[in-house]
Structure formats: structure tokens, C-alpha cells
Design a binder for this molecule. Structure first.
Ligand code: T46
Length: 135
């Protein structure tokens, strides 16, 4: 899958004197049905997460708090996205290697996922990934 499919998606921001509210509804904005939600938090400074690709899973990553970078690689091109607001996120398509790094203190990464958890969906070996995407 090409890295071109991966993109920032803006969410609504409903603002009033009490603060902001952002909503994500299934069937709207994201190009898949949300089947799972997980979040990364208390990530120690200097640590990277990810380091794999997914065969069938699509995800939408949001910096709910703080900031971090997402480095995407489709086997031909690499692109880095910096996430630091709760009202937009990064859509990550299938067969894209991702690494998350540069986590700020207090960063929380929310992920809205198209599949239930299945370890068989992960490609955790980079050479295996390159072989598959270049085949
Ligand atoms: C991704 C990046 C951004 C589960 O049991 N259920 C789950 O839904 C998930 C996501 C993980 N796990 C278990 C599997 C491992 O034993 O939690 C442990 C840590 O998972 P992992 O090493 O895959 O964590 P990350 O941060 O490297 O990757 C995660 C997601 O797995 C991945 O899809 O894109 O966050």
C-alpha cells in the first residue's frame, strides 16, 4: 500500500467557554469501521514504539495530549508526521511500516483501529516487510 494513502485527517472542534469537544463517529471521516481502541501513555523519554507493519489493519492515531512523531515507510518512501493536537490525527493504511518516537512528557497516543487484535496481522521483521512490498 502506498504511503500516499496515509494522511492527516482533521476532526471537528466544538469550542465554548468550558473548553473543547472533539467527536469521532463510526462511518464518518475514517475509511473503515472502528473495531478496537487502544492508547499509549507513560512512554519514557527516548523510547520508540511500533516498528512493524500490518497486513490488514488500518489505524487512526491522535495525540490526545503532548506530542510525538510517526515515521511511515512503504518500502519505497519515508515520511514523518508530527502529531501534537487532539483535533486531528494520522490515518495509517495497511502495509506501511511505522515507528513512533520523540514522545514528549505526558504524551498520550490514541489509536482507533479497523480490526480486533491479531498477532498474525503484524509484520515485525523489516526485511520480511521489504520483501513483501517489493514483490
Ligand atoms: C501500532 C502502534 C502505534 C494487545 O494485547 N492488544 C492490542 O490491541 C495491542 C495494540 C497490543 N497488545 C499487546 C501485544 C504486546 O504484547 O500489547 C503488547 C505491546 O504491543 P506492541 O509491542 O505491538 O506495541 P507498540 O506500541 O509497538 O505498537 C502498537 C500497536 O500494536 C500497533 O498496531 O501501530 O502501537
Amino acid at each position: 500500500m502506498s504511503i500516499e494513502k496515509c494522511r492527516i485527517i482533521e476532526l471537528s472542534k466544538i469550542h465554548d467557554v468550558r473548553g473543547n469537544l472533539t467527536v469521532v463517529e463510526n462511518g464518518k471521516l475514517l475509511p473503515y469501521d472502528i473495531k478496537r481502541v487502544y492508547y499509549l501513555y507513560d512512554v519514557p523519554g527516548g523510547v520508540a514504539r511500533g516498528g512493524h507493519a500490518h497486513v490488514a489493519t488500518e489505524q487512526f492515531l491522535v495525540a490526545m495530549s503532548g506530542s510525538f512523531d510517526v515515521v511511515l515507510d512503504d518500502g519505497f518512501r519515508k515520511k514523518t508526521f508530527s502529531l501534537n493536537r487532539a483535533y486531528y490525527g494520522l490515518y495509517v493504511s495497511t502495509m506501511v511500516w511505522r515507528e513512533l518516537n520523540n514522545f514528549s512528557s505526558g504524551a498520550v497516543c490514541l489509536s482507533l483501529v479497523s480490526t480486533l487484535y491479531l498477532e498474525d496481522d503484524y509484520i515485525r521483521d523489516y526485511q520480511d516487510f521489504i520483501t513483501r512490498v517489493r514483490a
